[in-house]
Design a protein. Structure first.
Ligand code: HEC
Length: 449
C-alpha cells in the first residue's frame, strides 16, 4: 500500500492476535509470515484454515474494519469508496478452489536459488465466498481504453523493499470466477489470509491472489512495478540450469501447472510388509484432473488410482491407491496426474531462475522390511558461533529462518546480501566479507533432503 493511510494500518497487532502458525506448520519465516502446510493437509478435500499455507511479502497488517474502505479508481466513470457492508450488497458467489504459491517446490530445485525453500505444502484447497470482481467493475463503469486492473493491499513494504502490488489483465479480471472474497471456509478471512478482502483468481498462481485489498485501479497502461516486471517471471522455454535470465526476456507466471502429490508416506521411510493405502491430491488449472496414475516400480508400469468423489472446477481431487508390496524391498513409487487437455507432469523438473511452477513427478522411496534398522544416532549439532554482524545487519527485519533454509554458493550469497542492502540492511563495508563467508560456509550448497 502506498498511501498515507499506511501509518494507521501498519502494525503487527493482527498477527499477534491471530497467534501465529498452528502446530504442524513448517515455519519458513515467522515475520513476515510464511508457513507451509504439513503433508497431512493433503488428507482432506477442504484444507482447514489452521493448516492452510501462508505467504506474505510484508508484515501482516492489523486492519480494523472501521478504518477499512475499498476504493475503485482510474479508468472508471464512477469511482467508488465502499465499506464491507456496501460491497456485500452485490450478489454473493461461492466457489472451491486450490490456491498454490508460484514458488511451491522451489526447495526441490537443483541448483538451488535464493527464496523461501517451499517443498510440497505451499498449496491448499478452500471454499471462498465473496463478490465477482466483474460486478464491482460494472458498478464503477469501465471506460474505453481500460487494459488491466491493479490491486493494492493494506500491507506495507519492509524497509526499502518494493511494495507488493500486482495487476490482472482486464479479461482475467472480468472472468466470472475471479472474485473478491470476504470469507474462507465459511468464516471471515483471518488476518494472515487477507482480512477483510482478498482477490481469488482460480486456476492462477497465488501471486495474483492479493490480500488485504484496499484499492483497485483500472488502468489504460501496463503496470511496471517490481512484482510484475522483475519478480514472478519465468523463461518461455527451459534454460541452462544455474543461468541468469533478463526479466524482460521472461513471461509472467499465470496458470498453475498440472501436479500431484503422494502425501501418505514420507520419502525414505520404512514400513512393515502388508497392505498399504497410498493417498494424496492432484490439481490443475482450468482443465480438470481426469486421472492419477501410480507406478510402484520406478516408472516401469503405471496403474490408475481411484479419484475421490469431491470435485469442483478449480478444486483439487483427492486420490487413493491400495497397494500390497509384493515382498520386502526398497521401492521407488512415482505418481502423475493428467488433465482433460491431456497434459501431464514432466519426469524431471525444468529449472528456472526463481524456482517457480515446480510440477515434476514426485518419487517416494519406501523401504518395506520386517526388520527395520535402528536409526543411526545423529551427531550432536555443533554450536554455530554467529558473527555479531549477522545479528546487527540481518536479524532486524526477519529472523534466521529465511536465511538458514537457503542452499547458496558464495556468489549467490554475495548477491543476496547486496539485495538486502538495497532493501535497507546496514552492513559495515569492512565486515561484508566476514558475513558472506559465514553465510556461504553455514548455509551453502548441499543436497535436498
Ligand atoms: C530492511 C529489512 C531487511 C533486512 C535488514 C534484511 N532483510 Fe532479508 N528480507 C527482508 C524481507 C522483507 C524479506 C522477505 C521478502 C519476501 O518474502 O518478499 C527478506 C527475505 C530474505 C531472504 C529470503 C530470500 C529472499 O530473497 O526473499 C533471505 C535469504 C534474506 N532475507 C537474507 C538476509 C540477509 C543475509 C540479511 C543481512 C545482510 C538480511 N536479509 C537483512 C528484509 C530485510
Amino acid at each position: 500500500m502506498a498511501s498515507s493511510r499506511r501509518a494507521i494500518l501498519a502494525g503487527l497487532g493482527a498477527s499477534l492476535l491471530w497467534g501465529g502458525p498452528k502446530t504442524g506448520m513448517r515455519v519458513l519465516s515467522s515475520r513476515p509470515e510464511d508457513f507451509e502446510m504439513p503433508m497431512d493437509g493433503f488428507g482432506s478435500w477442504i484444507t482447514p484454515v489452521e493448516k492452510f499455507f501462508v505467504r506474505s511479502h510484508h508484515y501482516t497488517p492489523d486492519v480494523k474494519l472501521r478504518d477499512w474502505k475499498l476504493s475503485v479508481v482510474g479508468k472508471v466513470s464512477t469511482p467508488l469508496v465502499w465499506t464491507l457492508d456496501e460491497l456485500k450488497k452485490l450478489p454473493r458467489v461461492e466457489l472451491v478452489s486450490v490456491l498454490e504459491c508460484a514458488g511451491n517446490g522451489r526447495g526441490l530445485y537443483q541448483p538451488s536459488m535464493p527464496g523461501l525453500q517451499w517443498r510440497y505444502g505451499a498449496v491448499g484447497n478452500a471454499r471462498w465466498a465473496g463478490v465477482r470482481l466483474a460486478d464491482v467493475l460494472r458498478k464503477a463503469g469501465l471506460q474505453p481504453g481500460a487494459v488491466e486492473v491493479l490491486f493494492d493491499g493494506a500491507d506495507v513494504a519492509v524497509g526499502a523493499q518494493p511494495e507488493f502490488q500486482r495487476s490482472l489483465p482486464l479479461k482475467k479480471a472480468l472472468s466470472p470466477s475471479t472474485i473478491l472474497a470476504y470469507e474462507m471456509n465459511g468464516e471471515p478471512l483471518d488476518p494472515a489470509h487477507g482480512f477483510p478482502l482478498r482477490l481469488v483468481v482460480p486456476g492462477w498462481a497465488g501471486d495474483h491472489w492479493i490480500k488485504w485489498v484496499m484499492k483497485i485501479e483500472v488502468r489504460d497502461t501496463e503496470f511496471e512495478g517490481f512484482f510484475m516486471k522483475t519478480a514472478y517471471r519465468i523463461p518461455p522455454r527451459p534454460v541452462l540450469p544455474g543461468s541468469a535470465v533478463d526479466p524482460a526476456q521472461m513471461v509472467p507466471v499465470t496458470s498453475l501447472s498440472i501436479k500431484s502429490v503422494l502425501a501418505s508416506h514420507a520419502d525414505q521411510s520404512t514400513v512393515a510388509p502388508g497392505p498399504l493405502q497410498l493417498t494424496g491430491a492432484a490439481w490443475s488449472h482450468a482443465a480438470p484432473v481426469v486421472a492419477v496414475e501410480v507406478s510402484p516400480d520406478a516408472g516401469r508400469t503405471w496403474k490408475p488410482a481411484t479419484l475421490g468423489a469431491d470435485r469442483a472446477p478449480f478444486a483439487w481431487r483427492l486420490w487413493e491407491f491400495p497397494w500390497t508390496p509384493p515382498g520386502e524391498a526398497f521401492y521407488t513409487i512415482l505418481v502423475r496426474a493428467r488433465n482433460a487437455l491431456g497434459e501431464t507432469q514432466p519426469l524431471e523438473p525444468e529449472w528456472n531462475p526463481s524456482g517457480y511452477s515446480h510440477n515434476a513427478v514426485q518419487a517416494v522411496r519406501l523401504h518395506v522390511t520386517a526388520t527395520p534398522l535402528s536409526p543411526a544416532a545423529s551427531p550432536a549439532p555443533g554450536q554455530i558461533v554467529r558473527p555479531a554482524t549477522l545479528e546487527q545487519s540481518c536479524l532486524t527485519c526477519h529472523t534466521l529462518e529465511p536465511i538458514e533454509q537457503q542452499r547458496l554458493t558464495r556468489a549467490q550469497w554475495e548477491r543476496e546480501v547486496e539485495k538486502m542492502q538495497r532493501w535497507g540492511a546496514k552492513v559495515r563495508p569492512e565486515l561484508k566479507e566476514v558475513l558472506v563467508d559465514f553465510l556461504a560456509n553455514h548455509y551453502g550448497v548441499r543436497p535436498v533432503r
